[in-house]
Design a protein around this ligand. Structure first.
Ligand code: FES
Ligand SMILES: [Fe+2]
Length: 345
């Protein structure tokens, strides 16, 4: 099962974090589509086709004026629906001068883009990520661009055994690679799950520095992947031997939801959005800083590896691979993504 390279459409992809949307227009390319994002005066997030219909200049190089965006080349001006409302030296604006308005959906700090027919967004396809917006959770976000195809990031995130090697000293300990995984696939909901439960293991710096826990800990890594664009890692760390109570409460454990928005940009580039939602030390800014710094370091270790991998992959049409037991989740994800691509309208 080769790594997919086409884009799956009729899907939601993370396109931005709210804190990226300031007074300037933001340019993003998602599944090969150029999009410009901006906020109107009431906070509404607008996503338009990033191509001026006059001569094709990117609208993202223009200016946000109130609730409108003005092209930076000859001044054509568009409202939040993509309708051209002004053109220089022109009484009536040609109706063909409009641009497509894309559909967006906000979940906490993440802005999702519907890559499909704007007239038919399927809101029920949005994965549920309540920790991003519910009280009781502190959320940190970031994004790193990857100079690699999205399939490399899917593989990377579905097999966390690489933590022991690529991220040693941060989140990797030897036990991540040596603990067996359980993989399951729900064909109806199209979710791939990979479960790894480590007992009485070393507490890596990522968690000792932020939770105060000391070795030995019980460490759970439960992956819930919604192909293509949404990956959730449910982390539970607790003193060794401490289990959740029968009623489901779990006061002695720390819980972290590690989310990734896997957003294909072009065929050889990807937007790697991350969000950390934690239920511990929620008001501790030192933990915010320490966690964001370590997460960025870890993500950049992946970026470095995947960018290098892409330079090799680009040399071959069908790169030979040898798959292992640890790849069960990644291979299931590939299969599901190929099926989604086959259903593209
Ligand atoms: S290209 Fe935008 S106004 Fe001319
Ligand atoms: Fe990684």
């Amino acid at each position: 099962m080769q790594m997919p390279t086409e884009f799956a459409t009729d899907q939601w992809y993370v396109v931005a974090s709210l804190d990226e949307l300031g007074p300037e227009p933001l340019a993003r390319t998602v599944c090969g589509r150029h999009v410009v994002l901006f906020r109107q005066t009431d906070g509404t997030v607008v996503a338009l086709e990033d191509r001026c219909p006059h001569r094709g200049y990117p609208l993202s190089r223009g200016t946000v004026v109130g609730d409108q965006i003005q092209c930076g080349y000859h001044g054509l001006t568009f409202d939040g629906c993509g309708t051209c409302v002004w053109a220089p030296n022109q009484g009536t604006v040609p109706s063909k001068a409009n641009v497509t308005r894309h559909v967006v959906h906000l979940t906490g700090p993440w802005v999702w883009l519907w890559v499909g027919d704007p007239a038919q967004p399927e809101v029920d396809k949005l994965p549920l990520v309540p920790w991003m917006s519910e009280p009781g959770w502190k959320v940190l976000t970031g994004m790193e661009p990857l100079a690699a195809r999205y399939g490399t990031l899917v593989d990377n995130l579905l097999d966390l055994s690489h933590e022991s090697y690529l991220h040693a000293g941060y989140i990797g300990t030897p036990e991540v690679a040596t603990t067996p995984i359980e993989t399951s696939v729900d064909e109806d909901t199209e979710v791939v799950s990979v479960r790894r439960r480590m007992k009485a293991v070393e507490c890596p710096p990522f968690y000792s520095a932020t939770t105060g826990l000391q070795t030995p800990i019980d460490r759970w890594q439960d992956i819930e992947y919604h192909p293509v664009g949404c990956y959730i890692l449910h982390v539970r760390v607790a003193p060794a031997g401490i289990e959740p109570r029968p009623d489901g409460s779990d006061p002695r454990a720390a819980h972290l939801k590690v989310l990734y928005g896997i957003t294909p940009s072009t065929r050889g580039t990807t937007l790697d959005f991350w969000a950390l939602c934690r239920d511990f030390a929620r008001d501790d800014e030192a933990v915010d800083d320490g966690m964001a710094t370590m997460q960025t370091t870890v993500v950049l270790q992946d970026v470095d590896a995947l960018d290098l991998l892409e330079t090799r992959l680009a040399e071959m049409d069908e790169p030979p691979e040898v798959s292992l037991k640890i790849d069960a989740g990644g291979l299931a994800a590939r299969r599901m993504i190929h099926a989604q691509i086959a259903r593209n309208p």
